[in-house]
Design a binder for this molecule. Structure first.
Ligand SMILES: *Cc1c(COP(=O)(O)O)cnc(C)c1O
Length: 359
C-alpha cells in the first residue's frame, strides 16, 4: 500500500486555461511558463500536454530547457534568466534554445562566442521591476550590439510587470509607457504580459504573452477568484484521515498545544504536513475539505500530519479523503489563510508527493 497522500494533475484543465489565454489575447503568441517544474505540476507532463496548443515554453535556466529538448519538445524554449556562463551560449545554440539577454555580461559572452549558427534572443528592458534587464536609456545601445550576433534569428524585446496583480496602483501603464518610449516604436516583436496583465491590460498583449500561474488554474488577480475568471485548478492535493480521537474539553492538540478544545471534540489526523508542501504557518480554522464539508484545522501543522476538528461531522472516518487544495479550498484561498501565495505553495510542493497525471 502506498501512503495515501498525492497530487492529481489535470492536463485537460491546463489546456482549458490556455484556451482562456487565447480568448483574451487573440492576436498574441503564447509562451507558456513552465519553470520550477511547471509550478510543481511536472515540467515534462505539462509541456507535452500543451505542445500542440502553446507557441513556446519559458523556463528559468538551461537545465530545465535541456530536459524539454530531451523529451522531444521542439517548440521554442525561452531561458528567462538567460545564460549563466559563457559556455551556455554554444549549448543553447546547438539545442536551438532562445536566450533572454538581461545584462551586459551576458551580451559580452554572446559576442565572445562569435556564433556562426543562428540563435534567437529576447532582450529585457528594466521598466521598473529593477530585478533584471537593461535600463531604458541604454536599451538602444544593447540592441545595436545584440543584433549582429544573432544574425537574422527571431528577436523580441520584453519587460516584466512588478505589480500587475493589484487592482489599483499596479503601475502597468507607467511601465508600458517607459517600454514604449525606449523600444516600442522600433518595429521589433514585443512581449510584456504575465497572467495578471493578460486579464487586466489588453494593451500589454503585444506579440507574445507569457502566462504562468493562470495556466495552473490559480487566480493572478487580487480581487477575483479563479472560479470567477473561468479558470480550472490543475492540481488536487489530497490525503486521508489516518486516526480519529475524542479530545475532552480543555485538552490541547499538537505541538505547543496551540489549539485547545472548548467542548468535547473529535479530532481527525490527516497524513500530510509541511514536509508535503502544506503551509506550516496555516492557523487554526484554515479550511480542509473532508467528506463534503470545509472543516477547520486544529493545531500546528506537523511535518507529516495535520489535525482537523471534525466534531460536527460524524461521517468522517479513518480513510476519509481530505482535500488540502483543489476545487475547495482553492490554492489561493489556502494561501490567503497561511500568509503565502498560491505560486509558493505549488512551486514548493516536494517530490515526496507523487503526481498522478489524470487522462
Ligand atoms: C514567471 C514569469 C512569468 C509568468 O508569470 P505569472 O504571474 O505566473 O503569469 C512571465 N514572465 C516572466 C519574466 C516570468 O519570470
Amino acid at each position: 500500500m502506498a501512503r495515501p497522500t498525492l497530487a492529481r494533475v489535470f492536463p485537460q484543465n491546463i489546456r482549458h486555461n490556455l484556451g482562456l489565454v487565447r480568448d483574451k489575447a487573440t492576436a498574441a503568441r503564447v509562451m507558456a511558463c513552465v519553470k520550477a517544474d511547471a509550478y510543481g505540476h511536472g515540467l515534462v507532463t505539462v509541456s507535452q500536454a500543451l505542445h500542440d496548443v502553446a507557441d513556446g515554453f519559458a523556463v528559468a535556466c538551461i537545465e530545465e530547457a535541456l530536459i524539454l529538448r530531451k523529451h522531444d519538445i521542439t517548440k521554442p524554449i525561452l531561458m528567462l534568466e538567460g545564460p549563466q556562463s559563457a559556455d551556455e551560449i554554444a549549448e543553447a545554440s546547438s539545442q536551438n534554445l532562445t536566450l533572454c539577454i538581461n545584462e551586459w555580461h551576458q551580451l559580452e559572452w554572446l559576442e565572445q562566442a562569435g556564433l556562426n549558427s543562428p540563435l534567437s534572443c529576447w532582450l529585457k528592458v528594466d521598466t521598473g521591476m529593477h530585478r533584471l534587464g537593461f535600463a531604458p536609456d541604454v536599451t538602444a545601445e544593447a540592441i545595436e550590439r545584440l543584433l549582429p550576433q544573432i544574425k537574422h534569428s527571431e528577436f523580441v524585446v520584453c519587460t516584466h510587470f512588478s505589480s500587475a496583480d493589484l487592482p489599483e496602483d499596479n503601475g502597468i501603464s507607467k511601465q508600458l509607457d517607459v517600454f514604449d518610449r525606449s523600444v516600442g516604436e522600433q518595429g521589433y516583436a514585443q512581449s510584456t504580459a504575465n497572467s495578471a496583465a493578460i486579464f487586466r491590460a489588453p494593451e500589454s498583449h503585444r506579440d507574445w504573452v507569457r502566462p504562468g500561474y493562470m495556466l495552473y488554474g490559480g487566480s493572478p488577480i487580487a480581487e477575483s477568484t479563479a472560479d470567477d475568471l473561468g479558470l480550472k485548478p490543475a492540481m488536487e492535493f489530497s490525503a486521508q484521515v489516518i486516526s480519529i480521537r475524542e479530545v475532552p474539553t480543555g485538552e490541547r492538540v499538537g505541538y505547543c498545544g496551540r489549539w485547545q478544545a472548548q467542548r468535547p471534540s473529535r479530532i481527525a489526523t490527516i497524513a500530510a504536513g509541511y514536509g508535503d508542501g502544506y503551509p506550516r504557518h496555516a492557523p487554526d480554522g484554515t479550511p480542509v475539505f473532508i467528506d463534503g464539508a470545509s472543516l477547520p484545522l486544529a493545531g500546528r501543522v506537523s511535518m507529516d500530519m495535520i489535525t482537523v476538528d471534525v466534531t460536527e461531522h460524524p461521517g468522517v472516518k479513518i480513510g476519509s479523503k481530505a482535500v488540502l487544495w483543489g476545487d475547495v479550498p482553492a490554492v489561493d484561498a489556502l494561501a490567503d489563510h497561511a500568509d503565502s501565495i498560491g505560486y509558493e505553495l505549488l512551486a514548493g510542493m516536494p517530490k515526496r508527493v507523487p503526481r498522478i497525471v489524470e487522462p
